[in-house]
Design a protein around this ligand. Sequence first.
Ligand SMILES: [Zn+2]
Length: 338
Amino acid sequence: MRGTVLYGPGGVCFEEREDPRIVHPTDAVIRTVVTCVCGSDLWAYRGTDPVAQPTPMGHEYVGIVEEVGAEVTKVKPGQFVIGSFATSDNTCPNCLAGYQSSCVHREFMSTCQAEYVRIPNAHGTLVATDDLPAEEVLPSLVTLSDVMGTGWYAAKAAEVKPGSTAVVVGDGAVGLCGVIAAKELGAERIIAMSRHESRQKLAVEFGATDIVTERGEEGIARIKDLTNGVGADSVLECVGTAQSMRQALHATRPGGNVGFVGVPHDVAVDGQELFFSHVGLRGGPAPVRGYLPDLIDRVLTGRINPGKVFDLTLPLDQVAEGYKAMDERRAIKTLLIP
Ligand SMILES: [Zn+2]
C-alpha cells in the first residue's frame, strides 16, 4: 500500500509502505475512505517540531474495517467506522472519567494519510455507523476524528452555557468548529477573532455573531468593548502560541473559563497574573472518543456541517500539494481521497 511520509521541512512523500497488519489482538486494520491534513501537521512540516527520521503522517480518518484482532468484538469487517486521533481502551479510569485522550493505553495515531491504517485499541476507539454513510457527509464525519471533536472540547472546557458569551481565538479548522460547538451549546453571542475574509464568512455561517479583526492588545481591548468592559464568559483558545494564549486569558472575565486546545508552542503562563485574573484554565488533547456518538448523530441528522471547513479536495497521492496549500494559507483544510 501507499502512505504519506515526512522527511524534513517541506519534504512530504507519498510512497510504497509496508501493509499494516494486526500486531496485537486489540488492533483493527481499516481501509481509508477519507483522510485529511491537520493544521497541527504543519508544526512538523514547517520544522517547528523537527522530525528525527522519516515519519508517517496523519491522524484523522474514517474507513471500512478490513480485519480485526481476536479481542475486538465491537466492530467487524465491512463496517464503516470513525475513531479518535488518540486511541483508547474506553474502560480504564481515565476513559470512564471522560478523558479517553489520557487513556492509560493511549497511542496517538500518526499513519492515517495512507490507503490502509492499523488502529490500536480498536475495541474502545472505533465507533461504527449503522449504515454506509452517504458520500456528502464523509467530509463532516472525518472532522469528528479530530477538529470538530477538538472544537467541541474547547467549548466544553471553556464551559460554554446557554445564553453566555463566547470568544473563539483562531480561525483555523478547529476554531471554526469551535464556533459550531459554542452555538450548539447555546452561546448567545459568539465573537470570532479572524483577519481572513473567507474564514470570517464561514464563522458567521457557523453561528458567529461578531467578528474581531484586531489582535494582541488591540484585540483584547475590542473584546472588552463588546463585553461591558470585563471580558467574555468563555474563551476557546485554538492556536497555541504565546500571543493567542495571552489574548485568550485577557479576553476572559473574572470567573470565566478558557478552553485551550491549540498545542502550546512557547506558551508560558505567569502565576501571579493567573492568580489575580480569577480565570479557569482547562485544555489538552480533546477526549474526542467520548463525543463521537453524539457528534455522529448531529452530522447524520444534518444539524451540523463541519465538513465545510474543507476548501481543498485532492486525491491522496497529491498529499504534498495539500500540505503546501495549507502552509501558504491558500487552504483552510485539505480533504484527501484515496
Ligand atoms: Zn482507557
